[in-house]
Structure formats: C-alpha cells, structure tokens
Design a protein around this ligand. Structure first.
Ligand code: SF4
Length: 80
C-alpha cells in the first residue's frame, strides 16, 4: 500500500464506479481525501462510516456532514 492511500481505495465505489460522482468532484475528493498527505482519508466520512458500520451507503460522500445515527436512519428508511 502506498503512503497516504486510503485502505478502502481498492474497492471504494467513489473511485471505481463510473458516474458515482462528477469527474471534477472525484478529482477533488481523491486529492483531498483518498490519497491526501497526512492520511487525509481519515477525515473522509465514507471511510469513517465503513469503519464504524462495516459498510457505507452510496449517499455518504467524503465531506458529508451527517452523524452515524443519521446515516443508519436514512439507510433504513431507504431500504424499508
Ligand atoms: S472516498 Fe473515502 S473511503 Fe473512499 S477511497 Fe476515498 S478516502 Fe477512502
């Protein structure tokens, strides 16, 4: 694994699923989170969510301002 690379980068949909976010947004996120100096990935909400819940719904983005409880509630609402 390269220095500063998010451990989830090998499988993260934000990186590997075409159209998951705009290309310009993807470039911003990868530069500021996924491969950012100082292990910037640790500030990513998708990373934090996967760490806590062991999965991360698609609606969560690196800079989403939403609590884990809110993420779970929204996920359950969507998958009811
Ligand atoms: S979006 Fe977040 S979880 Fe996905 S690879 Fe980038 S830093 Fe990791």
């Amino acid at each position: 694994m390269e220095d500063n690379q998010c451990p989830n980068a090998v499988a993260c949909k934000l990186i590997h699923t075409k159209g998951f976010v705009d290309e310009s947004k993807k470039a911003f996120y990868t530069a500021h989170y996924c491969y950012a100096d100082g292990n910037g990935y640790k500030a990513c909400k998708r990373y934090q969510t996967a760490l806590t819940l062991h999965f991360c719904p698609d609606f969560v983005l690196p800079d989403s301002i939403i609590t884990t409880d809110e993420i779970l509630a929204k996920y359950e609402e969507e998958n009811d």
